[in-house]
Design a protein. Structure first.
Length: 120
């Protein structure tokens, strides 16, 4: 079940909020688009003096390369970067997420917020 979708723009504290949320759980994992962002997120947490497990990459998450028995929650950072990378340059026209409460339709233009980047 998806509990929350944060669609705030860049530089609005989304990752900082995710780090704080991660620390609220007994054991939660942050999933990042790539290793560089995972390491940056871990360094951010350390700078905030918040102890969290080392974030994993989306590839590790998709391949199940993590311990799942004691994990309370998964927190995914920058999902739009993962989706854009997976789409390989084909525009993603719409994203619809379903949770137990019904449908959450994300209608913001993600391409404007997060243009495709060659280095991702």
């Amino acid at each position: 079940m998806i509990e929350k979708v944060n669609t705030n723009g860049r530089q609005t504290g989304r990752t900082t909020e995710l780090i704080s949320k991660c620390a609220e759980y007994n054991y939660a994992l942050i999933v990042c688009p790539n290793r560089a962002i995972a390491e940056y997120t871990f360094d951010m947490a350390r700078d905030m003096m918040i102890n969290i497990p080392m974030p994993i990459t989306f590839k590790e998450f998709a391949e199940g390369i993590f311990q799942g028995r004691n994990i309370d929650a998964i927190l995914i950072d920058n999902l739009e970067m993962v989706l854009n990378d997976m789409a390989r340059g084909v525009p993603i026209a719409e994203v619809v997420l379903m949770d137990q409460g019904g449908y959450i339709k994300v209608e913001r233009d993600l391409q404007e917020l997060y243009p495709l980047q060659a280095d991702v």
